[in-house]
Write a protein that binds this ligand. Structure first.
Ligand SMILES: [Zn+2]
Length: 287
């Protein structure tokens, strides 16, 4: 039987919802050591991607049509890749969708900073790293940031689940903490990066089914294990997004895309994961 969707990696549309940029030196010594241990090419790739046109061409060669490029404000643990730097890096490259990052707990006036990033620098979303910056995402002190994100109509991505970067604290990465945020900000699109990796897969999956504004990305999860982690994946196919974590991940993006295409999933689910859900979040028309 001929499928409606050509399940070949070269023809299916892909939006990578989770890539990084920045110089190698922006990573902390601990993060650099970690990456080199698991991924010897990490430093070389960081040096290559200093040229945004090289990165654009590399991603296009991997079959990626659009990429969410994340700033990273986590100087205590992983890296400090400033939002301004990322905005500049992504400027004039249509494929790149820049997301800002900040520490909503310790930054002075983070809501107005976010407004500046979006309105003045053209950034299209926000990445927060509670377990890297040691704050609880349901702390009411940071609610003005979510109010601002909701008003600006941009999505917010949270790191959830484990990380092997030294110094991170997992208790802040519990998807359950985002239940409060999803309830208190019903029009805010929230993405749980890494889908509660480790021992919270069921929690992330359940919560994303429960709340219409809560999504999860499968960044860093081996595609071949997806159906072990999420046996009912097809029943939640409108809430799951593809991300690669490049250049902090050893696998080629196109082989991960192909591995997803090879899973025993219906065509609509594969399209949802690889690009339709990302389109819905990025070009949202309101809940
Ligand atoms: Zn990442």
């Amino acid at each position: 039987m001929v499928s409606d969707v050509d399940k070949e990696k070269d023809s299916i549309k892909v939006i990578d919802f989770h890539v990084h940029t920045g110089t190698w030196e922006m990573n902390t010594p601990g993060a650099r050591e970690f990456m080199l241990r698991f991924y010897p090419d990490a430093e070389a790739h960081h040096r290559q991607l200093q040229d945004p046109l090289w990165y654009r061409d590399y991603l296009a060669g991997q079959g990626v049509h659009y990429a969410v490029v994340l700033a990273e404000h986590a100087p205590a643990t992983s890296s400090y890749c400033p939002s301004e730097w990322v905005a500049d890096y992504c400027r004039d490259i249509e494929m790149f969708i820049p997301f800002a990052s900040l520490d909503p707990h310790s930054d002075a006036e983070p809501a107005s900073k976010l407004e500046f990033y979006v309105k003045e620098l053209g950034m299209r979303g926000l990445k927060l790293l509670p377990s890297y910056c040691f704050f609880s995402p349901n702390d009411a002190v940071i609610y003005p940031v979510y109010e601002k994100a909701q008003e600006l109509d941009i999505p917010v991505v949270f790191h959830t689940g484990s990380s092997l970067i030294p110094g991170t604290k997992m208790r802040y990465a519990d998807p359950l903490l985002l239940d409060d945020v999803a309830v208190d900000f019903p029009k805010l699109r929230i993405v749980m990066a890494h889908a509660g990796r480790g021992f919270w897969y069921d929690r992330a999956f359940f919560l994303s089914r429960l709340h219409q504004n809560l999504f999860m990305d499968i960044t860093g999860l081996p595609p071949g294990k997806l159906l072990d982690y999420f046996p009912d994946l097809e029943r939640n196919s409108e809430k799951i997004l593809f991300g690669s974590d490049w250049p902090a991940a050893p696998k080629e993006i196109k082989s991960n895309v192909q591995a997803i295409c090879d899973l025993p999933l219906n065509d609509a689910t594969i399209e949802n994961i690889l690009y339709r859900n990302a389109e819905r979040i990025l070009f949202w028309e309101g809940l």
